[in-house]
Write a protein that binds this ligand. Structure first.
Ligand SMILES: NC(=O)c1ccc[n+]([C@@H]2O[C@H](COP(=O)([O-])OP(=O)(O)OC[C@H]3O[C@@H](n4cnc5c(N)ncnc54)[C@H](O)[C@@H]3O)[C@@H](O)[C@H]2O)c1
Length: 378
């Protein structure tokens, strides 16, 4: 049988996730778009683009056969890649994603978060729909073997009583002055944390949607305000279907009044007690989701997966305790990046749906934007 023709790929943004994380000896490899695309026999990288000539030169030295550009418009003028990866900084997501979509590839792989904010994200989504170009968003945990094993194990722990998702780092959680760069952890890493919770809440990997809600305007007296409310349409905002209208607690602001810590509490028909917590006060990095059911518990974080089921207690007669479930084979590698690229190939082969889409990315953004709005009210 003749070998299948490889899909061609181009990468825009050759920094850490585009290239250099693929050289990190401590990380599970492949850990960059370049190494994951190069590792997949069904893909051939034909071009790379970065506005930074040093980054471009370093990448070209390792990818001699690919053409290089400092401007994506020049790349699209000369090549028609099947797959375009957008791995630029957050402030360039909208521009580069839209330009890539308009060049009509078979698939765009867009780094998380979808964009700096909901308006930009929805604009990318609208352009993608009008050009008929599918977009895969790299929320990598949806592809990782450990997260897939954890999701499968949900059916073994009974009805879910609580979900606790917690992110600790030293990066400021929210600083309004960084709205145009996205350099705050609520967006930067928070998008992964919220996406992970949504992933566990979604039934049979059916990606949920969003709902529109009009702002509740406080009634003010006077003819002027009445005239205003008649003539003006109420502005609306987008809420996640699964995680909305939280109660915020534990807000801690630093001396500059930037948010350094918070917890958001949710309740829905799937779980009565969901908490998403983030701290930017920690001298360590950790990412963890703990799900407690009536008969067991799942604890998953960066580098570990622990599955527990109730068993006759070894500590107390007549009680059950949680014990590690040794019957489940835990994956040795997460394959987070390799599986993401495999999903792209399977999708292009018409063999699988995209497992992480622009809609799932927008759902995470809706949760983050609602939390930000609540910060402003506190
Ligand atoms: N999925 C993940 O786990 C993960 C991990 C790290 C970063 N990211 C995301 O990937 C994106 C890039 O992050 P990074 O850490 O690699 O940043 P980075 O600064 O290391 O790399 C970004 C690169 O894009 C280039 N660039 C910026 N604007 C450009 C443009 N208009 N055209 C071409 N090149 C341009 C920059 O010169 C730089 O080399 C961000 O959205 C970030 O949130 C995701």
């Amino acid at each position: 049988m003749a070998a299948e023709k490889p899909y061609t790929a181009a990468i825009v943004g050759l920094g850490r996730i585009g290239y250099s994380l693929g050289l990190d000896k401590k990380r599970e490899q492949p850990a960059s778009h370049t190494s994951a695309l190069n590792d997949n026999p069904r893909i051939k990288i034909i071009a790379g683009c970065d506005t930074d000539e040093c980054a471009l030169k370093a990448w070209h030295e390792a990818n001699r056969k690919a053409a290089v550009y400092t401007d994506s418009a020049n790349l699209y003028a000369r090549h028609r890649p099947d797959i375009i990866v957008i791995a630029v900084n957050e402030n360039a997501h909208q521009k580069e994603a839209v330009e890539a979509i308009k060049s009509k590839p078979k698939l765009v792989i867009l780094e998380k978060p979808v964009a700096l904010n909901m308006d930009e994200a929805k604009y990318i989504q609208a352009v993608a729909e009008s050009f008929g170009v599918p977009v895969l968003v790299n929320h990598e945990r949806r592809f990782a073997e450990d997260f897939k094993t954890a999701k499968k194990y949900l059916s073994s722990i009974g009805p879910v009583q609580s979900i606790n998702a917690c992110l600790c780092s030293s990066l400021c959680v929210y600083n309004p002055a960084e709205e145009n760069s996205g350099a705050y952890s609520l967006l930067h890493d928070g998008t992964h944390l919220v996406d992970a919770v949504l992933y566990f809440l979604e039934k049979d990997s059916q990606i949920s949607g969003t709902i529109q809600k009009a702002y509740h305007e406080e009634k003010k007296g006077g003819l002027l305000s009445m005239a205003k409310s008649i003539t003006e349409q109420k502005p609306s905002f987008t809420l996640s279907q699964l995680l909305n209208e939280p109660v915020l607690t534990g807000i801690f602001r630093d001396e500059k009044q930037n948010i350094r810590q918070f917890s958001a509490h949710y309740s829905n028909g799937l779980c009565p007690d969901i908490t998403i917590s983030m701290s930017g006060r920690s001298r360590f990095f950790s990412f963890e989701v703990t799900i407690t059911g009536t008969q067991g518990r799942i604890c998953i974080g960066n580098g570990y997966l622990k599955l527990y089921r109730r068993e006759n207690s070894t500590l107390y007669s007549g009680f059950y305790s949680l014990a590690a479930d040794k019957s489940v084979k835990l994956p040795k590698k997460t394959l987070f990046f390799a599986n993401m690229i495999k999903n792209a190939v399977d999708f292009l082969d018409n063999r699988a749906p995209l497992l992480s889409t622009i809609q799932s990315g927008i759902n995470a953004l809706a949760v983050l934007e609602e939390i930000k709005r609540l910060f402003q009210k506190q």
